[in-house]
Design a protein around this ligand. Structure first.
Ligand code: PLP
Length: 393
């Protein structure tokens, strides 16, 4: 049976491909260090597990409203107020099956055939595929390493055509860990307002910032920008809840209403029990994520320092998320490889360290290392990478 055209150009996730290869080597008995993970290596906090158990026992096991239970929507409204100084009503919120499905649903309701979405590169692997699945055309703009992997307002302005519908901003970023400043967001926002372009602001790493910089949502900079933005967020990364699949979008009522209609015919609703778990996560006073953040911060410092000791490796210092995105072009060239992709494969083959090649993120000279693994494994990984580079010099 021939498959639909829309899936013929789908690129499988490069993150998952390397993870599969690493798993295979592990199965064969090799001592593999996998730095491909896109999720915290911590367990979901106990109080959240208890809330889910209670919800189950109390019969919260039925369909819920498609856009999520009202208590969770209210908790999300309160979170936006407290963390981002943003006022939303509950009809401006949709709870989704992870932030990924919030983005998927958004592009489905937003894009007509040929509509363009500007995606700054390096980008998270799913953005282009989701845009294409909705009939849109991804327009990639390389955000240079010299500019901290950040899109400039001039770049954005120059790329806008009469087909441009939206731009994606992801701060803190996967894969680079970079963050936009308030001023930079203001300038990007001005361009978007002038050309009536929707801003898709993916803020899933909001809670994982180590540099001391405040998280700024572009939506909080003015009421016009709030109207022009759909904010995407969720509990996956902030509360170590990747498997629960709870994310959300906040934005103009018409967009959220369309997304909710679509959800009613696709997911019906996000899992009821997981919604009660997310509710507990947001109702808890204080920051259960603080401990996790502290551990990530220590790992970042150490791994960053060790990477810079490797000849031919340079790296901007990430401010948030849990990834480093070093440039290894010089190392791979000096090591005699035709591309960074080949260097990554040989590293896995010879030293059993799994990194994700930057090519999957639209940045072929870089690699992504996740530090969502133990300090011991990170130190050993850096030792092996250095040994590999020196051996091939
Ligand atoms: N956005 C970015 C930038 C991500 O890195 C991820 C997960 O890796 C997501 C969205 C999706 O998160 P969720 O697990 O809530 O679907």
């Amino acid at each position: 049976m021939e498959l639909a055209n829309r899936v013929k150009t789908l690129t499988p996730s490069s993150t998952l491909a390397i993870t599969a290869k690493a798993k295979e080597l592990k199965k064969q008995g090799h001592d593999v260090i996998a730095l491909g993970a896109g999720e915290p290596d911590f367990n979901t906090p106990e109080f959240i597990l208890n809330a889910a158990q209670n919800a189950m026992r109390e019969g919260m096991t039925k369909y819920t409203p498609s856009g999520g239970i009202v208590e969770l929507k209210q908790a999300i409204v309160s979170k936006f107020k407290a963390d981002n100084h943003l006022d939303y009503s509950t009809d401006q919120i949709i709870v989704t099956t992870g932030a990924k499905h919030a983005l998927y649903t958004l592009f489905q309701v937003l894009l007509n055939e040929g509509d363009e979405v500007i995606i700054p590169a390096p980008y998270w692997v799913s953005y282009p595929e989701q845009v294409k699945l909705a009939g849109g055309s991804p327009v990639f703009l390389t955000a240079s390493e010299e500019n901290g992997f950040k899109l400039t307002p001039a770049q954005l302005e120059n790329a806008i055509t009469d087909k441009t519908k939206a731009v994606i901003i992801n701060s803190p970023s996967n894969p680079t860990g970079m963050m936009y400043t308030e001023e930079e967001l203001k300038q990007i926002g001005e361009v978007c307002l002038r050309h009536d372009i929707l801003i898709v602001s993916d803020e899933i790493y909001e809670k994982l910032i180590y540099s001391g910089d405040p998280h700024i949502s572009i939506a909080q900079l003015s009421s016009d920008l709030q109207e022009q933005t759909v904010v995407i967020n969720g509990v996956s990364k902030s509360h170590a809840m990747t498997g629960w699949r709870i994310g959300y979008a906040a934005g103009p009522i018409a967009i959220i209403k369309a997304m909710t209609s679509l959800a009613s015919h696709s997911t019906s609703n996000p899992t009821s029990i997981a919604q009660y778990a997310a509710l507990a996560a947001y109702q808890m006073d204080g920051e259960p994520v603080e401990g996790m953040k502290q551990v990530f911060a220590e790992r970042l410092e150490k791994l960053y320092e060790l990477l810079l000791e490797i000849p031919g490796v340079t790296c901007i210092k990430p401010k948030g998320a849990f990834y480093l995105f070093p440039n290894v072009e010089e190392a791979s060239r000096n090591n005699g490889f035709a591309s960074v992709d080949e260097w990554v494969s040989a590293l896995l083959e010879e030293e059993k360290v799994a990194l994700v090649p930057g090519s999957g993120f639209g940045s072929p000279n870089n690699v992504r290392l996740s530090y969502a693994t133990s300090m011991e494994a990170l130190i050993e990984a850096a030792t092996r990478i250095k040994r590999f580079v020196l051996k091939h010099q």
